[in-house]
Design a protein around this ligand. Structure first.
Ligand code: ATP
Length: 233
């Protein structure tokens, strides 16, 4: 469903992505791993149209999306939940969620809200509360819930476990598995290598703007030399 070939992108004179090849198939959880600064966030930005790609191609559901506006890419069904949550703290939890569906109008808003509240019961309990008063983990769930309100076919989650306690990480990854079980493809961009490899079917490891390892998550997890060389384990 997502097919990236030879993607090059960067900022000013700095080339960050130096030719990325990557695929995501429907219903798959794919992990993108790598140390700080290897270009994971830049890859997400390029896929969601927030920065232009300089070379290569991005195809999503059979259409070339490189060069499209971010809002068009969202409408096509590729939704990126950025790291750092970016919720609107002074708005209620419910209104934050509703914002995620603004491009879709009111049609399936209530059904979608119901679906999100079923996934995240804690958001239902706190529906009327201002989002800024949620705990870190709850804000992370809200950011993902808001992304889901746009009815994505592929959701890119940027560091969903960042800053969460081990127990909450466990819960978050369980939720991601449930989201994928609903038929969504998930691209999981993470520094939490061990748990990401348990959850994902396939994984890519980035280094210095390139994919240096691609394969089944189980195979990568079972390869100590590889984990040591690229993932600091
Ligand atoms: P992290 O896990 O720490 O978020 P990352 O893998 O997501 O790292 P990126 O944020 O994509 O890495 O950054 C890759 C490189 O691009 C870094 O060297 C960074 O300094 C550089 N970079 C990121 N944003 C900009 C920008 N707006 N202008 C110039 N350089 C940037």
């Amino acid at each position: 469903m997502l097919e990236v070939r030879g993607l090059v992108a960067g900022y000013g004179a700095t080339e960050v992505l130096r030719g990325i090849d990557l695929d995501v198939a429907p219903g798959e959880i794919v992990a993108v791993l790598g140390a700080n600064g290897v270009g994971k966030t830049t890859l997400n930005r390029a896929l969601s149209g927030l920065i232009p790609s300089r070379a290569g191609s991005i195809r999503f559901l059979g259409e070339a999306i490189a060069g499209r506006k971010p809002a068009e890419i969202v409408s096509a069904g590729l939704i990126h939940v950025p790291e750092g949550r970016r919720i609107f703290p002074n708005m209620s939890v419910r209104d934050n969620l509703v914002l995620g569906s603004y491009r879709r109008g009111k049609a399936d808003r209530e059904t979608n809200l119901e679906r999100i509240f079923a996934l995240f019961p804690r958001l239902r309990e706190r529906m009327a509360q201002s989002a800024g008063t949620l705990s870190g983990g709850e804000q992370q769930m809200l950011a993902i819930g808001r992304g889901l309100m746009g009815n994505p076919r592929l959701i890119i989650l940027d560091e969903p476990s960042l800053g969460l306690s081990p127990l909450l990480v466990e819960e978050m990854f369980g939720l991601i598995a449930r989201i994928a079980a609903e038929g969504l493809a998930v691209m999981l961009v993470e520094q939490n290598v061990v748990q990401s490899l348990e959850l994902a079917g396939r994984a890519y490891v980035m280094e210095n703007g390139r994919i240096v390892v691609a394969g089944s998550a189980a195979e990568i997890a079972a390869n100590p030399a590889l984990k040591h060389a690229y993932l600091g384990l």
